[in-house]
Design a protein around this ligand. Structure first.
Ligand code: AMP
Length: 436
């Protein structure tokens, strides 16, 4: 073997066949109808509620999350993807949207545009979590957030109702809404103390993580999934009994407003949501019978977050919904989503000159909203029509030299073989009539 051949063989041996990183998925054409449907519904709901889109960058300074979500939260402690830039900055791929939305609100002075600011987003989120059903490392969140303005429970109810509308529009019925209040900076410290006292008496029965959490973030003991810890939390003090009068009235208000519009709920005094910035209302939504997929929606009030990043105390409420989980429920329940427009016409050409004119005609028809498929790269007419057949398209347009001179096009019904010449100026209307 020559030296050159050797080199080539070595290069070949090191060529790697690539896979997407674990927990990250391709959005395939077969998934697209779901995505398009969901995006459409989100946009309609957002606009009907007068919410405007805000998309912060995917990368933020890592400290934004350390300061808001809490250094002991799972997101910051275990799941965040960070990177150090060549300039030495520590950045993070967003593990959630809320801190970025709040940062953007402050940085861009959005308060000057009127209060409250009602915002929505739709984009990728990254968490280095253990991949399993409904749990990915890159996933997509839809969010609705109301920032600033009065701290009124009606805004908590509005956010919750937007997510129930979203799921209802997607025909996902039988939703469980779990809701709780985790109080404010007046009543929460008192509750925390009682909780710590209770758990200290049972410290030896706690899992290792919870023993640690008892020192750093005792509320998190309430959402531990370990068997021993689950048994203990049933007897733990109930936050709802300890809320201060203001928080109690706020929570009553939320429940009354959602009750008023017919949303049923389950009070869940173990729901705490594990991030430092939450206060008062916290909620989650599950699809009944598909709980293994995980919560579809989660959110809550975060009145203190803006202070944590250098702003004033700013009431805020929001939530987010995972698109992949919604699609998993739609698939598990066989909920049909209309496939991409089945009403298509096929344009074929016969000859070089006709190919050029076909390209022009294609552009013209598409500009009129007609969905046109083609196989113009194939030269033989029969090869082109085979593609139409394979794609299940019944209506074909054929453009040849003769048609160009006569200013018309052959319209052929591929199921019966019947055909007629249609003048170009009548063509768009005739296609629309036949596709109806
Ligand atoms: P969270 O802030 O963790 O409550 O997330 C809000 C929503 O995002 C959840 O209710 C899920 O729908 C979705 N979600 C959270 N984590 C993941 C994940 N690892 N994979 C897919 N979706 C997720």
């Amino acid at each position: 073997m020559t030296q050159n051949n050797n080199k080539k063989a070595n290069e070949k041996a090191t060529v790697k066949s690539f896979q997407a990183p674990r927990g990250m998925h391709d959005l395939l054409p077969s998934d697209a109808p779901y995505w398009e449907k969901i995006e459409g519904v989100v946009r309609e709901i957002a606009h009907a509620h007068d919410f405007s889109r805000l998309e912060p960058p995917i990368l933020e300074f890592a400290d934004l999350y350390n300061k808001t979500s809490g250094e002991e939260s799972d997101v910051v402690e275990k799941e965040i993807y960070t990177l150090k830039t060549k300039g030495g900055d520590m950045l993070a791929l967003r593990p959630e949207y809320t801190p970025g939305i709040s940062r953007a609100y402050l940085q861009n002075g959005l308060s000057r545009l009127g209060q409250p600011q009602k915002l929505f987003y739709f984009g990728p989120v990254f968490r280095h979590d253990r991949p399993q059903l409904g749990r990915y490392r890159q996933f997509t969140q839809i969010g609705f957030e109301t920032l600033a303005g009065p701290n009124d429970p009606i805004y908590d109810a509005e956010i919750i109702s937007m997510f129930t509308d979203l799921l209802a529009e997607l025909k996902i019925k039988d939703i469980t809404l779990k809701i709780n209040s985790i109080g404010c900076r007046v009543c929460r410290p008192i509750y925390k103390k009682q909780l710590v006292n209770y758990y200290k008496n049972h410290e030896k029965d706690l899992c290792e993580n919870c023993r640690e959490r008892l020192k750093t973030n005792p509320l998190r003991l309430l959402d531990c999934k370990e068997e021993h810890c689950i048994a203990l939390k049933d007897k733990a003090p109930n936050f709802l009994d300890k809320l201060c009068v203001t928080c109690c009235n706020h929570f009553k208000g939320v429940l009354e407003y959602i009750g008023e519009i017919g949303i049923s709920y389950e009070l869940d005094h173990h729901l705490v949501r594990g991030l430092d910035y939450y206060s008062r209302t916290v909620f989650e939504m599950y699809a009944k019978g598909n709980e293994e997929i995980g919560a579809l929606v989660g959110g809550g009030r975060y009145d203190y977050l803006m202070e944590m990043i250098g702003g004033h105390l700013t009431p805020a409420m929001g939530g987010s919904c995972g698109v992949e989980r919604v699609i998993a429920v739609l698939r598990a329940r066989d909920i049909a989503i209309a496939p991409k427009d089945a009403k298509r016409v096929f344009l074929a050409h016969a000859g070089d000159l006709a190919k050029k004119k076909a390209f022009l005609l294609l552009k013209d028809l598409r500009a009129r909203g007609i969905v046109v498929a083609e196989a113009l790269a194939k030269e033989s007419l029969s090869a082109q029509l085979k593609v139409a057949n394979k794609e299940g398209i019944n209506l074909a347009l054929i453009l040849g030299q003769k048609e160009i001179y006569e200013n018309n096009v052959i319209m052929r019904d591929l199921s019966t073989g019947t055909q007629e010449a249609i003048m170009l100026d009548k063509l768009p209307d005739e296609i629309k009539r036949r596709l109806k």
